[in-house]
Design a protein around this ligand. Structure first.
Ligand code: ARG
Length: 463
């Protein structure tokens, strides 16, 4: 694809074309062709504005509009021949437009530069992905809510340090992730509102002497307003960084859930059974059902973090305004966006299909002295013991049960009374896991009544 003659778009002052290696390092068409639709939308808005301002004749604007639509359909049909010699999507589109409509094509670049063009295309692309991510997040939240609703009162062990702590409900655990994803959604929306300013018309860096209407192009492309500083407009990539930062936090949440699914689906836990659709077998050990999707999801998250660090690093030392370094922004964002959407879709599928094993979780919920805090609270409430003393009494009872190799409810009343004479039969009520979770009715607590109230709140919020 190397062309020995100078570049047809900017080669006026060049005697020869670039070295093949120069072309390889310089060309971005291999990846920025993904912004073809955005590039053409930007050009259409620009041409329409130029005509409305009398900078372009109506007949030229018509020709450009028709030509751009043809280019778009060629690209969508896979009939477009991309050329590395033409470097990027902007020049590939323009060169083809010239073949189609002749001289008018050369007038399209009036009052703009590839610098504001690429900034506009990329914002539009990221904005589309923010919207797609929002949808995918919402779908996953619905899948989690369905699980929460089915098991609002199913008990399971709650953990700290991955050691049994206190019983919680399955619904409560599912809702914890709904909260995280809800914040993720808010972060993306927040970023979207900030990124929704149009760089087009900033031209190379300083604005233009042509009487353009930046409000018109901004409106046409669905932006709230034009960027207010032309230097900032062409050199800002905060919108991509905010996307990656929001994506990183969201990915971290997905990875935590993936990790829980890996643990829960193990033979040792068996809290959940992953469906066949989201499991794989082993070629040597026939008993195995591996949670590969959860594992891959957990691993893919690294690419998203990596993209965030990579782009921060690209940007951190750049003087104003545009530098070619900024061409390295796209592949990172494309990859992160693709993998985030894939991860969200995989997680939504796994969550929708997985089956929580209610009995296994209930049995585990009662083991490991999970209700000792309830016992301590009971001593405080019923016998008016200071919490510290109650904690001590309970600790002694745990030690006794441990010595006998049984759980707390298996101790007899008289054994308990040896530790504290005030204990009565009523204590056995608080040692049961169902009573334990039902009692935690504080706002945001694990009681099924609270869980159901939060499910209702989220359903309304997502409706
Ligand atoms: N392909 C370039 C990019 O992605 C487009 C902008 C080129 N601008 C320039 N002055 N060379 O950043």
């Amino acid at each position: 694809m190397t062309d020995t003659s100078s570049n047809q778009m900017w080669g006026g002052r060049f005697a020869s074309g670039p070295d093949a290696i120069m072309e390889a390092i310089n060309a971005s068409i291999g990846f920025d062709r993904r912004m073809a639709a955005q590039d053409i939308a930007g050009s259409r808005a620009h041409a329409a504005m130029l005509a409305a301002q009398g900078i372009l004749t109506d007949s030229d604007a018509q020709a450009i509009r028709k030509g751009l639509l043809t280019v778009l359909s060629e690209i969508e049909a896979g009939r477009f021949e991309f050329s590395a010699a033409l470097e990027d999507i902007h020049m590939n589109v323009e060169a083809r437009l010239k073949e189609l409509v002749g001289e008018a094509a050369g007038r399209l670049h009036t009052a703009r530069s590839r610098n504001d063009q690429v900034a506009t295309d990329f914002r539009l692309w990221v904005r589309d992905r923010v919207d797609a991510t929002d949808e995918a997040l919402t779908a996953l939240m619905h899948a989690l809510l369905a699980q929460a609703e089915a098991g609002a009162d199913w008990v399971m062990p709650g953990f700290t340090h991955l050691q049994t702590a206190q019983p919680v409900t399955w619904g409560h655990h599912m809702l914890a992730y709904v909260e995280m994803l809800g914040r993720d959604r808010a972060r993306f929306r927040d970023a979207r509102a900030r990124m929704n300013e149009c760089p087009l018309g900033a031209a190379a860096l300083a604005g233009t002497s042509f009487p353009i209407d930046r409000d018109a192009t901004a409106r046409d492309l669905g932006f709230d307003r034009p960027c207010a500083n032309s230097l900032d407009a062409v050199s800002d990539r905060d919108f991509a960084l905010e996307f990656l930062a929001s994506a990183s936090i969201c990915a971290m949440h997905l990875s935590r859930l993936a990790e829980e699914l890996v643990i829960w689906s193990s033979a040792q836990f068996r809290f959940v059974t992953m469906s066949d659709r989201w499991s794989t077998g082993s070629s040597i050990m026939p008993q195995k059902r591996n949670p590969d999707a959860a594992e891959l999801l957990r691993a893919k998250i690294g690419r998203i973090f990596g993209a965030n660090v990579a782009l921060m690093t690209v940007m951190k030392g750049l003087p104003l305004a545009y530098s070619k370094d900024m061409q390295e922004d796209k592949e990172q964002v494309f990859d992160a966006a693709d993998n985030l959407l894939l991860a969200l879709a995989a997680m939504a599928g796994m969550v929708a299909d997985m089956q929580a094993n209610r009995d296994v979780m209930a049995a585990a919920a009662g083991a490991g002295f999970s209700t000792v805090t309830d016992l301590a609270d009971w001593l405080v409430r019923t016998l008016d013991l200071p919490f510290r003393d109650a904690h001590h009494v309970t600790g002694t009872l745990v030690a006794r049960a441990e010595a006998r190799g049984c759980d707390l409810p298996d101790l007899s009343l008289s054994e308990m009374q040896e530790v504290h004479p005030g204990i009565t039969e009523a204590v056995f009520d608080v040692l049961g896991v169902d009573n334990s979770v039902a009692s935690r009715t504080s706002y945001g607590g694990t009681a099924p009544a609270q869980v159901r109230a939060q499910i209702a709140r989220w359903k309304e919020a997502l409706a």
